[in-house]
Design a protein. Structure first.
Length: 398
């Protein structure tokens, strides 16, 4: 008797189903034996093995990662499906103390593969949810996802904003405009551990604010008392505000973007710390190269991803080595360096290795005080270790 499938069928090659059977949510294009005729980017498909075993339900994308599994069963992808997934994500945020936290009103509600929804990011800023699609399938389902968010959050979310997805234009079948799917613009000021931040989810990078550095900013605040702090690649000034709140003697924020510097100044002023803060609009690498030695007690290196994929991994490692070498060379003796990589293509061991090489370049002794990562609202599926993208070290340089 012939098996019945809900969606068009994608069959995998012999032996290429092992990762899916271990609940890894990605299928690479080279693993596919056969695609259904007329398949389009973002179509929902039933994934089967070479023997015809049901493996799951996925979105199709004509790219290296060709299938992203939404379920490891045959399942209808409807409003109830999205609501059940979002309810699970909501329960986790409640469990870790974010849902009713009056001191922190910005958090991640859905973290893609970490919450079993590959390609979907949802960040909450007060009463606004910002939906970021990282696949055509998510983008094509954005309206029903917005409705599910509104329903599951039970009055907590008044607006849902769809952020322009980072998709290959050749694979995108619709114009990916930013738009409010539900409601309209609400207050853009949020709290993080009691500190105020203005967030521009309409024009800012990613969803508007780097929520994933919340724990690191809290730790930095604990170390900042009486220190002269340099925050490079400062963006909207999250680390700068945290350092000032911790009693830093002074903070210098450096970013090449005039818009980012203005935003940083706005957030510093919002918390009434302007008197101890200076912003400099210049390339951070240039600043690190030309700044005098022994000027700062604490330096933050939080650059954008220098290696966005494995093809430019070597170039990325070179970039991390350069900025860390300059910082280690010039920080005051006994100073603290908070250094990060958000490049998924560079794992934790490689990052620590390149920082060690930087210490050798600088000829200084370095101790590791903390290993840092993304916070609990950015969970990593144990079956998808690639989700652990954020790596950080707190170093003491003597």
């Amino acid at each position: 008797m012939q098996k019945k499938y809900i969606f068009p069928v994608v069959q995998l090659k012999t032996g290429k189903d092992e990762a899916v059977r271990r609940f890894h949510p990605w299928v690479f294009s080279g693993a596919i034996q056969q695609l259904p005729a007329g398949i389009k980017p973002g179509d929902i498909v039933s994934v089967i093995s070479n023997r015809g075993d049901m493996l799951g339900t996925a979105f199709y994308e004509p790219s290296t990662i060709a299938l992203k599994l939404l379920s490891f069963e045959q399942e209808e992808i409807c409003l109830d499906f999205w609501m059940l997934k979002l309810l699970s994500a909501k329960k986790l945020r409640d469990q870790i103390g974010l849902l009713n936290n009056v001191q922190t009103t910005a958090y991640r509600l859905v973290h893609s593969e970490g919450d079993g929804l590959p390609g979907l990011i949802v960040d909450v800023y007060g009463s606004t949810a910002v939906l970021q699609a990282q696949s055509t399938g998510i983008f094509r389902n954005r309206q029903i996802i917005a409705e599910a968010i509104h329903n599951v959050m039970e009055g907590r979310i008044q607006s849902v904003f769809s952020k322009n997805p980072e998709l290959d234009e050749a694979a995108t079948v619709e114009t990916a405009n930013n738009a409010y799917l539900i409601g309209s613009k609400m207050s853009s000021v949020v709290l993080e551990n009691g500190l105020s931040f203005s967030v521009d989810w309409e024009k800012g990078q990613k969803t508007g604010f780097f929520i994933d550095q919340r724990d690191a900013r809290f730790l930095l605040k604990e170390y900042a008392l009486g220190k002269k702090v340099l925050n490079t690649f400062s963006y909207s000034g999250g680390f700068s505000v945290a350092a000032l709140a911790g009693g830093a003697e002074s903070v210098v924020s450096v970013d090449s973007s005039k818009l980012a510097i203005a935003w940083c100044d706005e957030n510093v002023a919002l918390n009434n710390y302007s008197g101890r803060h200076e912003s400099v609009c210049v390339d951070a690498k240039k600043f690190l190269t030309t700044m005098p030695a022994d000027e700062y007690d604490l330096i933050v290196l939080d650059p954008p991803a220098f290696a966005k994929n494995h093809h430019n991994r070597h170039k990325g490692l070179t970039g991390y080595r350069f900025i860390n070498s300059e910082a280690v060379r010039k920080i005051k003796s006994g100073g603290l360096l908070f250094t990060f990589s958000c490049s998924q293509a560079i794992d934790r061991a490689a990052f620590q290795g390149v920082v060690m090489a930087s210490a050798i370049d600088a000829g200084r002794k370095v101790q590791i005080l903390h290993h840092l990562s993304q916070p609990a609202d950015h969970p990593v599926s144990i079956f998808h270790p690639e989700g652990a993208y954020l790596k950080g070290l707190v170093l003491r340089v003597t």
